[in-house]
Design a binder for this molecule. Structure first.
Ligand code: MN3
Length: 254
């Protein structure tokens, strides 16, 4: 018989106790007291998780110095982009979520349900996710050694790495105004180059091209204007030198 479901707890205790000797009773009582104490400790955290909590999205660690990507991306651009632009998206995201009943969703969950949020959450959740991936997609360390799986797949699907770079750069140059260029894995497991306006991204439920982001390139003017001014094509050409292929490969193979 399942005592737990058949009887209320005090009755259960009496039934159990009546069948025990003194030693068993003491041991059982200790267990009940410990369990009761533990549940009062745990309960506030559990209750908190079920109710609205204060959003606290934060900057991810950069992992390299602002100057580490010179001469391809300059230190001043990196510092302003990371510590001012990204921080502003975070502050605005945390503030916007305060008014929408935040329930501890991850950034990916927010993007996947983006149509249930307002414009401020859309712009700033996108801004936070996109920049986090962008920083992780950069490295001062040139890749050496054998081709990664993603490079092999790119060669297979785009004819050559050079052709892929051409398609990717053209998407970046063609993006009118501000936005992003992406290499994504589509739901049917194909590689595809796409671009999105503003801070939209391919995880958003209403994205025109949905998929898993593998490589992200910021083509907003703030990403390159100090060094490249109006020459977006030159910025994209230089950016290939600091692209973290190993990170892209990790996303591709996971
Ligand atoms: Mn940016």
């Amino acid at each position: 018989m399942d005592f737990q479901s058949e009887f209320p707890k005090p009755l259960l205790l009496i039934i159990r106790a009546s069948t025990m000797n003194r030693k068993q009773f003491l041991r059982y009582s200790a267990k009940v007291i410990t369990a009761t104490f533990a549940s009062t400790l745990i309960k506030p955290y559990y209750t908190q998780a079920m109710e609205n909590i204060t959003p606290n999205f934060q900057l991810p660690a950069l992992g390299y110095a602002y100057s580490a990507l010179e001469p391809f991306i300059d230190a001043a651009t990196m510092e302003i982009h990371y510590s001012k632009h990204h921080q502003a998206y975070l502050d605005n995201l945390n503030n916007a979520l305060l008014t929408t009943g935040y329930k501890n969703e991850s950034i990916e969950q927010i993007l996947k349900n983006i149509s249930s949020y307002n414009r401020a959450v859309r712009n700033n959740a996108g801004g936070h996710y996109n920049h986090s991936l962008f920083w992780a997609s950069l490295t001062p360390t040139r890749k050496t050694g054998a081709k990664t799986e993603i490079e092999i797949a790119i060669q297979r699907e785009f004819s050559s790495l050079d052709n892929f770079k051409k398609v990717f750069a053209e998407a970046g140059i063609a993006r009118f105004g501000s936005g992003w260029v992406w290499l994504i894995r589509t739901p049917d497991k194909k590689l595809k180059v796409i671009s999105t306006p503003n801070q939209d991204n391919p995880l958003m439920e209403d994205a025109q091209d949905k998929g898993t982001p593998l490589i992200a390139l910021d083509v907003w003017e703030h990403a390159y204007y100090l060094k490249y001014q109006n020459k977006r094509a030159a910025y994209i050409e230089a950016w290939w030198n600091v692209l973290n292929w190993n990170h892209a490969d990790q996303l591709y193979t996971s």
